[in-house]
Write a protein that binds this ligand. Structure first.
Ligand SMILES: Cc1cc2nc3c(=O)[nH]c(=O)nc-3n(C[C@H](O)[C@H](O)[C@H](O)COP(=O)(O)OP(=O)(O)OC[C@H]3O[C@@H](n4cnc5c(N)ncnc54)[C@H](O)[C@@H]3O)c2cc1C
Length: 490
């Protein structure tokens, strides 16, 4: 089969583009190197839907951010994804920072951001009682929001799959051949054919562009790591909105934010690292704790339940590069989609589809298009149901009455629903990202064995075949398998 469009990369850029294309009568495939969607930057970031005051006016980023932010609430509603328009403050500590706030305010006005205001110390304190005594003012952006970034990517991908988009996981595109008006991409063993290709490969996007034929492209992507601490839900009420320190040359600075699930998140820092280095360091955690405490002195790192890091794809051009290749017909690039790539994603997807259309892709609305994640609608987690909905769910399926993850109130019904979705969860981490089983205070200590047993039963296999995250990440091994492997390596 020759697809009309192949998207390389199932981060938020690729999945939102797949969702956008799925509304039209064309055949679409997504090739993703990882075992699931949202495998790189989309999995680990601040989750902020930025209002759009930070980007330099006139840049692609500025346009995409403001439009994406405006589109986000409706998309999340359609896909049943939690979204909160909680607003954000950029906090000043003295005159120099206050000058930065005025600069950001002016940028925001030029970018078309509405509702911006510079608040006095007293106004800020009224809205955020736990803010530092040293804070002197803030830039308030009521249009900013928060979302679950990987949850949004999973929802967009499920909607795309429901409407016929094919996903190829563990398919790292490593070569391309052009014949008779179409491309054949390969991962070394298998191939996918398509007339057009969208390069949405995140931190690898410049390399993928070169592989696709744009060898002369003058852009370098620098991987820049940001580390985070996620805190217990009992700290979630520490702030009411997202608090940023006034930005520096290195980025937007450390933030203190509530997550859509009610935890407190602090971070990130910004350090250049090797691609793929998502390790978390003691120095990094100390740096972000100090930055968070400067904003909110009561932040207590002892309430940490986990920490993680994400890699920004920082382009040497300092702007998103969204364009149709001049070298190769039918190739569209999304290169250097760093922050605010999440906030911008609906607009970026819309623009990529426009570029495809300008390239000749015929956009005819799909008959029987399903706007929700599944044909039967959007799944709702037991934890998010009302008492009446819970009673109805249990009556319809007793599996909803059996709690598997006590920290996050995830039921057997939730897990089974994720295992039978259009992009079925096949391992513990896929289940975790779709249902939150293992995301709570005990980080899966209680629920992982039960979730693994359910996966094994559902797949008609034994526990020793179930992995945390594919590959060799088995949870339990048979003694004879271990002995054989040791002998093989001897
Ligand atoms: C620390 C940090 C904080 C951030 N905070 C925010 C924020 O608060 N708000 C915001 O709007 N944005 C934020 N961002 C930016 C945002 O996360 C990114 O812009 C966005 O996730 C980029 O999505 P993407 O799909 O372009 O790239 P990615 O999510 O990186 O996806 C690219 C995908 O391509 C796949 N891939 C790569 N090479 C190949 C290949 N050869 N074949 C097949 N697949 C391949 C990868 O496995 C990956 O899954 C932040 C980023 C970081 C790292």
């Amino acid at each position: 089969m020759i697809y009309d469009v192949l998207i390389i990369g199932a981060g938020i850029t690729g999945t939102m583009t797949a969702r956008c294309l799925a509304a039209y009568d064309c055949s679409v495939a997504v090739a993703e190197a990882g075992p699931d969607v949202a495998w790189e930057a989309t999995r680990a970031n601040s989750a902020i839907i930025h209002a759009g005051y930070d980007c330099v006016p006139g840049t692609v980023k500025a346009k995409m951010n403001v439009r994406g932010c405006a589109m986000m609430e409706e998309i999340c509603r359609t896909l049943g994804v939690s979204y909160k328009k909680c607003g954000s403050h950029v906090v000043a500590f003295g005159e120099e920072d206050e000058a930065t706030l005025r600069e950001l305010y002016d940028r925001g006005i030029r970018n078309g951001v509405t509702g911006l205001r510079i608040l006095t110390r007293e106004e800020l304190r009224q809205m955020e009682p736990n803010i530092s005594e040293a804070a002197t003012a803030s830039l308030w952006a009521p249009g900013a929001g928060i979302v679950c970034p990987y949850g949004l990517a999973i929802a967009a991908a499920e909607n795309a799959a429901t409407n016929g988009v094919d996903f190829y996981f563990r398919f790292a595109v490593s070569g391309v051949r052009e014949t008779d008006g179409y491309y054949t991409v390969s991962n070394g063993t298998d191939t996918i054919c398509a007339r057009r290709i969208v390069n949405a490969a995140g931190v690898s996007s410049a390399d993928v562009a070169k592989m696709l034929g744009d060898e002369g492209l003058d852009v370098q992507i620098t991987p820049r790591r940001g580390e985070y601490i996620l805190m217990d839900k009992k700290c979630g009420g520490t702030v009411n909105s997202t608090l940023f320190a006034a930005p520096s040359a290195k980025g937007k600075g450390v933030l203190v934010a509530r997550t859509v699930h009610g935890n407190l998140l602090i971070g990130p820092n910004a350090n250049e690292v090797e691609r793929g280095d998502t390790s978390v360091t003691a120095a990094g955690l100390a740096e972000i704790t100090a930055g968070a405490k400067r904003l909110v002195p009561s932040v207590n790192p002892r309430q940490s339940i986990t920490n993680f890091a994400g890699i920004r794809a920082t382009p040497s051009t300092h702007d998103f590069m969204l364009f149709a290749s001049e070298e190769k017909k039918g190739i569209i690039h999304a290169i250097g989609v760093e922050s605010p790539g999440l906030a911008s994603s609906p607009a970026v997807a819309e623009y990529i589809v426009q570029l495809l259309s300008e390239d000749g892709l015929i956009l005819r609305k799909r008959e029987n298009y399903i706007p929700t994640r599944r044909a039967e609608g959007n799944p709702k987690l037991f934890a998010e149901m009302t008492d009446e909905e819970r009673a109805a769910a249990i009556a319809a399926d007793p599996a909803y009455g059996r709690i598997i993850c006590r920290c996050e109130t995830v039921t057997e019904g939730d897990l089974l629903s994720a295992m039978h979705s259009p992009l079925p969860a096949r391992d513990i981490d896929m289940l975790k990202r779709r249902t939150r089983a293992g995301m709570g205070r005990c980080q899966g200590g209680f629920c992982s064995p039960r979730a693994a047993a359910l996966l094994a039963a559902d797949q008609g296999t034994t526990l020793d075949h179930i992995t945390k995250s594919g590959g060799g990440s088995w949870l339990v091994r048979k003694r004879e398998d271990i002995v054989r492997e040791v002998e093989d390596h001897a």
